[in-house]
Design a protein around this ligand. Structure first.
Ligand SMILES: Nc1nc2c(c(=O)[nH]1)N[C@H]1C(S)=C(S)[C@@H](COP(=O)(O)OP(=O)(O)OC[C@H]3O[C@@H](n4cnc5c(=O)[nH]c(N)nc54)[C@H](O)[C@@H]3O)O[C@H]1N2
Ligand SMILES: Nc1nc2c(c(=O)[nH]1)N[C@H]1C(S)=C(S)[C@@H](COP(=O)(O)OP(=O)(O)OC[C@H]3O[C@@H](n4cnc5c(=O)[nH]c(N)nc54)[C@H](O)[C@@H]3O)O[C@H]1N2
Ligand code: SF4
Ligand SMILES: [Mo]
Length: 720
C-alpha cells in the first residue's frame, strides 16, 4: 500500500515544529523529520515525537458523555448537543446572557479561537469570555503594547538570534520548554555572541550561559532597574536613538536612578559585580536582545517588570534595529494567534479593541450584526473562574484544564463544581472534564486542518493527515451545531478554510492583519508573518500566486503585488501614534506575598521537558510519563538539612491557600531561600493548590511564579 506523508506541525508548544505524518497500514501513524521547515529543521522534542500516541482509541474520548444520576455515561451527539443548548437557553432566560461563560485556550487554532469569540458574542450574547492565555504571556503583551503600540511576541524571526551580540534570557528555561530552539543560543555563542540567563535556578538553560544571574523570585523588576541605573551611570546610553525614536526617557531615567546597585543587590541577591558584568556583556556589542518568558511575566507586577526590561533595549538603542530588540517567547501552540482573534475578554479579531467604536463597526459588519448588539469587555480568566457558581451559572470550556492549571486550584475546582451546568470539549477526559455535565470528544491536530501563529508571529498551516475515528467531531462542528440549536443558522461554517477567509476579512485593517494570507499561500510558503494586508486589488479574495512576490524585503506598495508578510517589525517606526517607543516609568515593588515567620520560604513553579501544561495529554503518553512520572519539590541541600529531609522524602508544602505533598529533590541548582515545583499534576502534588491568584493590575495575570510557603516532613513515601 502506498502511503502519503503530510507536512504539518506539532500540537504542543509555540515553536510549532514542522513534522511529517505518515499513516501506517496498521492504523497507526509515524512522525518523520520535515527538514524543509526552517525553524526546527527536523528536530523534535520527545513530546512532538510521541504526539500520535494520543490518537489511539482507548486513550482518547470517542463518544460524548452526559451526566445522568451523577455519573458521566456515553450518549449520542444529538442528546449531548441538545442538553447543552437547552441548559444555556434556560440559564439565559432566567439569569441573562452574562450568566453564560466561555473559557478558551491558546492551543486552539486561529479558526477555533475566532469562532469561539464570535459564538460567545453573537450566539450567546455574553461578555463573559476569556481564555488561558491570560495565565501565559498577557503581561508581556500588555508591556509590548504599551512600549511599541503592538504586541507580537517576537518582532523578529528566531534566525536573528545567532546574529546578535548578546542575549539576555529572562525567566525562560528554553532547554526544557522548547528544546529544538536551543540551537539558536548555541549558534549565537559559536558566532562569538554571549548569553546571560536570569533564573533563580541553575537550569539546563542557565548552564549554557556565559553569565547566570539568580535573583530571588519576584525581583526581576529591581534587577532591570539596577541594570539601567548602571547603564546610565557608566554613560552607555544611546542618546541619539533615545532622542529620535523614544518618548518618556526622563521619567524612566529618574526612576532607575533611584535604584542604587547596592540596594538592588539587597533586594535581588544578585551582587553588584554581577550586575556590572551583565551591563558590560549587554552593552559591548553593537546589537543585543532581551527575551522574556514566564519567569518575570507571571508576577503580580509582570507588566511593569517586562516594561523595565524593554527600557534596557530602548536606553541602549536596541529595539527596532536589525539583529536587536525585545521579544517575548510565547508558550502555547497558538499562544500568539489565540490572543489576536477574539477569545480574550477585551478583544475583537485582528487584535482590535472591543471598546473601540470603529473596531466594533468593522467586525459587526463582517458578522452581519448590529454593532450595538456586541457585548462589552468581560472578566479576565481568573476572575471569570472565580465568578463560577455565583454570577456565572453555565460554562462552555474548550481547550483548558483549570483544575490543574489555574492558581488557587482547589478553590477553582470548588467553583467549577458549584456551576449549574458545565460543558467541556476535549480530546481526553481531563480533570476538568471529569466535573462536566456534558463532555464532547473532539478531533485532534492530525485529523483537522487549521492555522496557528507561532512565537515568531509566523502564521502556519496545520494539515489534516488522518481520518478521525467515528464518534468525534471538530470544535468548529460543535460550535456550528450549538449555534443552530440556539437559533443562529448561518455564520458558523465547519470548513476551516471558510472560517479563515472570514477571519481575514474581520482582521483586515486591524493591528494583526491577516487579510493577505490564504491557505494557498500557506501551503506553498513556510508560513507568513503578520501583518500581511491584502493588496488593494485582491480584496475579492483573488490573490496572486506567491511566485510574483518582489525580492525586495520591504513591501512594494504597488497594489497588485501580494504583501510578503512582515518578519521584522518596527525597523522604520514603532506602531505607536507618534512612531516612538515609550519608556515605562516604573519603580520596584515587592511580590503580593513576602516571606514571614509563618511562611518563610519562597515557592516558584514551572515546567519539565517531558510534560506539557496540566499534563492532560502528556500524562497519557507512556514514554513521557516514564521520563517524568510525578511532581517533586526541588530544594537546596541547606534547606533540606534544616527540614531534616533526604532526597526522595515526602515533603508537605503549605501556603495560605492549601497544601501539596511531593518528594524532595535535593539540588545545588536552586537558591536556598526558594523551592520549585512543576505544575503538571493533579492530586496530592498539585502545585496550584498553593499558588497565589494575586493579579497584575494591567494584564490581570496571576502570580504563578511567587508565593510564600512553609515546609513539613511527612515521611518517606507520599504514595501511602
Ligand atoms: N515541556 C514543556 N514545554 C512547554 C510547556 C510545558 O508545559 N512543558 N508549556 C509551553 C508554554 S504554554 C509556555 S508558557 C512555555 C513556558 O516556558 P518557560 O517560561 O521557559 O517555562 P517555565 O518553566 O514556566 O519558567 C521558566 C523559568 O522561570 C524561572 N523562574 C521562576 N521564577 C522566576 C522569577 O521570579 N524570575 C525569573 N527571571 N525567572 C523565574 C523558573 O525557574 C523556570 O526555569 O513553555 C511551553 N513549552
Ligand atoms: N503553577 C503554575 N501554573 C501554571 C503555569 C505555571 O507556570 N505555573 N503556567 C500557566 C500557563 S503559561 C498556561 S499556558 C496554562 C495552561 O494550562 P491549561 O489551560 O490547563 O492547558 P493544557 O493543559 O494545555 O490544557 C488544554 C486542554 O485542552 C485539550 N485540548 C488540546 N487541544 C484541543 C483542541 O484543539 N480542542 C479542544 N477542545 N481541546 C483541546 C487538552 O487535552 C487539555 O485537556 O497553565 C498555567 N498554569
Ligand atoms: S519543541 Fe514544542 S513544537 Fe517542537 S516538538 Fe517539542 S513540543 Fe512540539
Ligand atoms: Mo503558557
Amino acid at each position: 500500500m502506498r502511503t502519503t506523508s503530510t507536512p504539518t506541525h506539532c500540537p504542543y508548544c509555540a515553536l510549532q515544529c514542522g513534522m511529517n505524518l505518515t499513516p501506517l497500514p496498521d492504523g497507526g501513524v509515524e512522525v518523520t523529520e520535515r527538514p524543509d521547515f526552517p525553524v526546527n529543521r527536523g528536530a523534535l522534542c520527545g513530546k512532538g515525537r510521541t504526539a500520535p500516541a494520543l490518537l489511539a482509541p482507548g486513550v482518547r474520548l470517542t463518544s460524548p458523555l452526559v451526566r445522568s444520576r451523577g455519573v458521566l455515561a456515553p450518549a449520542t451527539w444529538g442528546e449531548a448537543l441538545d442538553r447543552i443548548a437547552g441548559e444555556f437557553s434556560r440559564t439565559r432566560a432566567e439569569h441573562g446572557a452574562d450568566a453564560l461563560g466561555v473559557f478558551g485556550g491558546g492551543g486552539l487554532t486561529n479558526e477555533k479561537a475566532y469562532a469561539l469569540g464570535k459564538f460567545a458574542r453573537v450566539v450567546l450574547g455574553t461578555s463573559q469570555i476569556d481564555y488561558n492565555g491570560r495565565f501565559c504571556m498577557s503581561s508581556a503583551a500588555a508591556a509590548g503594547l504599551r512600549a511599541f503600540g503592538l504586541d507580537r511576541g517576537l518582532p523578529f524571526p528566531l534566525e536573528d538570534i545567532p546574529r546578535t551580540g548578546c542575549v539576555i534570557l529572562v525567566g525562560s528555561n528554553l532547554a526544557e520548554t522548547m528544546p529544538p530552539a536551543v540551537r539558536y543560543l548555541t549558534e549565537l555563542k559559536e558566532n562569538g555572541g554571549t548569553l546571560i540567563v536570569v533564573d533563580p535556578r541553575r537550569t539546563r538553560t542557565a548552564e549554557q550561559a556565559d553569565l547566570h544571574l539568580a535573583p530571588r523570585p519576584g525581583t526581576d523588576l529591581a534587577l532591570a532597574l539596577g541594570l539601567l541605573h548602571l547603564i546610565v551611570a557608566e554613560g552607555r546610553t544611546d542618546e541619539t536613538y533615545i532622542r529620535e525614536r523614544t518618548s518618556g526617557w526622563e521619567e524612566a531615567r529618574a526612576a532607575a536612578m533611584a535604584h542604587w546597585p547596592e540596594h538592588v543587590e539587597r533586594i535581588t541577591g544578585v551582587s553588584v559585580p554581577q550586575l556590572r558584568a551583565a551591563v558590560r556583556l549587554f552593552c559591548a556589542p553593537e546589537a543585543a536582545m532581551v527575551l522574556t518568558a514566564r519567569g518575570p511575566e507571571q508576577q503580580s507586577k509582570g507588566t511593569d517588570t517586562v516594561g523595565a526590561w524593554i527600557n534596557l533595549c530602548l536606553a541602549t538603542g536596541r529595539a527596532g534595529r536589525p539583529r536587536s530588540g525585545y521579544g517575548c517567547l510565547t508558550g502555547q501552540g497558538n499562544g500568539q494567534g489565540g490572543r489576536e482573534h477574539g477569545q480574550k475578554a477585551d478583544q475583537l479579531p485582528g487584535y482590535r479593541k472591543l471598546t473601540d467604536p470603529a473596531a466594533r463597526r468593522h467586525v459587526a459588519g463582517v458578522w452581519g450584526v448590529d454593532p450595538d448588539a456586541l457585548p462589552g469587555p468581560g472578566r479576565s480568566a481568573y476572575e471569570l473562574l472565580d465568578a463560577l457558581g455565583t454570577d456565572i451559572r453555565a460554562l462552555l470550556l474548550m481547550g483548558s484544564n483549570p483544575v490543574v492549571s489555574a492558581p488557587r486550584a482547589a478553590h477553582i475546582e470548588d467553583r467549577l463544581r458549584s456551576l449549574g451546568f458545565l460543558a467541556v470539549c476535549d480530546v481526553v477526559l481531563s480533570e476538568t472534564a471529569e466535573l462536566a455535565d456534558v463532555v464532547l470528544p473532539v478531533t485532534q491536530w492530525a485529523e483537522e486542518t487549521g492555522t496557528t501563529t507561532s512565537l515568531e508571529g509566523r502564521v502556519l498551516l496545520r494539515r489534516r493527515a488522518l481520518t478521525p475515528p467515528p464518534g468525534v467531531r471538530s470544535d468548529l462542528e460543535v460550535l456550528h451545531e450549538l449555534a443552530a440549536r440556539l437559533g443562529v443558522e448561518k455564520g458558523f461554517p465547519t470548513d476551516p478554510e471558510e472560517v479563515f477567509d472570514e477571519l481575514r476579512r474581520a482582521s483586515e485593517g486591524g493591528p494583526a492583519d491577516y487579510s493577505g494570507i490564504t491557505y494557498r499561500r500557506l501551503a506553498q510558503e513556510n508560513g507568513v508573518f503578520w501583518p500581511c494586508p491584502a493588496p488593494a486589488t485582491a480584496q475579492n479574495g483573488e490573490d496572486a500566486p506567491p511566485e510574483v512576490l518582489p525580492d525586495d524585503p520591504a513591501h512594494d506598495a504597488s497594489p497588485a503585488v501580494p504583501h510578503r508578510g512582515t518578519p521584522r517589525l518596527f525597523l522604520d517606526r514603532f506602531a505607536t501614534e507618534d512612531g516612538r517607543a515609550r519608556f515605562a516609568a516604573v519603580s520596584y515593588r515587592g511580590a503580593a506575598e513576602e516571606p514571614d515567620d509563618a511562611y518563610p520560604v519562597l515557592l516558584t513553579t514551572g515546567r519539565v521537558v517531558a510534560q506539557y501544561q496540566s499534563g492532560a495529554q502528556t500524562r497519557r503518553v507512556g514514554e513521557l510519563n516514564a521520563a517524568a512520572p510525578g511532581p517533586y519539590v526541588e530544594m537546596h541541600p541547606r534547606l533540606a538539612e534544616r527540614l531534616g529531609a533526604a532526597d526522595g522524602d515526602a515533603v508537605a508544602v503549605v501556603s495560605r491557600r492549601g497544601r501539596a505533598v511531593a518528594p524532595a529533590r535535593i539540588s545545588h541548582a536552586i537558591r536556598p531561600d526558594t523551592v520549585f515545583m512543576p505544575f503538571h499534576w493533579p492530586g496530592e502534588g498539585r502545585a496550584n493548590a498553593l499558588t497565589n491568584p494575586a493579579l497584575d493590575p494591567v494584564s490581570r495575570m496571576p502570580e504563578f511564579k511567587v508565593c510564600v510557603v512553609r515546609l513539613e516532613r511527612v515521611g518517606a513515601d507520599p504514595g501511602e
